[in-house]
Design a protein. Structure first.
Length: 138
C-alpha cells in the first residue's frame, strides 16, 4: 500500500467564496501514481470547508444566502466569540458545510456520481489557508 500527501494553499481575496478545486485534487491524484484507493481532502482551518456538490452558480448563491440566514456575519456583537475576533459566523458556516470529503479512487480517477465536484468553501478569507490531500492505495 502506498500513501501520498500534498497541501494546497488558497488565499481568497474576499471574505467568502466557493472554489471548485476538483482539477487541483485530480492533479494531486495523478502525481501520486495511486490508481485504486481512497482520497481524503480536508480544510486545515476552522473557518473554511471542503465539500462535494454541483458546480452551478445559482446553487452557490443559494448556499451563500442560506448560510447567511443561518449564521449572519453581522452584527458582530451577537456572538460571544467576536469579543476576541470578528469571525464567529465563519466557524458556524464551516460546521454546517463540513470539514472534509472522502472519495474513492478507481482507475486513477476520482470516482464521482453525476455532477459531483469538490469545493473549497472560504468563510473568513483574505489570508492564506491550507487544504490537505491524503491518498492511500495501490
Amino acid at each position: 500500500m502506498k500513501n501520498f500527501r500534498k497541501e494546497f494553499i488558497f488565499n481568497v481575496p474576499s471574505r467568502r467564496a466557493f472554489m471548485n478545486i476538483t482539477p487541483d485534487v485530480q492533479a494531486a491524484l495523478d502525481e501520486s501514481g495511486i490508481v485504486e484507493g481512497m482520497l481524503l481532502c480536508n480544510a486545515m482551518h476552522i473557518s473554511a470547508s471542503v465539500f462535494i456538490n454541483d458546480d452551478e452558480s445559482g446553487l452557490h448563491q443559494d448556499f451563500e444566502t442560506w448560510l447567511e440566514r443561518l449564521a449572519p456575519e453581522k452584527p458582530y456583537s451577537q456572538y460571544m466569540h467576536n469579543s476576541y475576533e470578528d469571525n464567529a459566523d465563519a466557524h458556524l458556516k464551516r460546521t454546517i458545510m463540513g470539514r472534509e470529503v472522502v472519495v474513492a479512487v478507481t482507475k486513477g480517477k476520482l470516482d464521482f456520481g453525476p455532477w459531483e465536484q469538490i469545493f473549497y468553501g472560504e468563510f473568513d478569507g483574505l489570508r492564506p489557508k491550507r487544504v490537505l490531500v491524503k491518498i492511500i492505495g495501490e
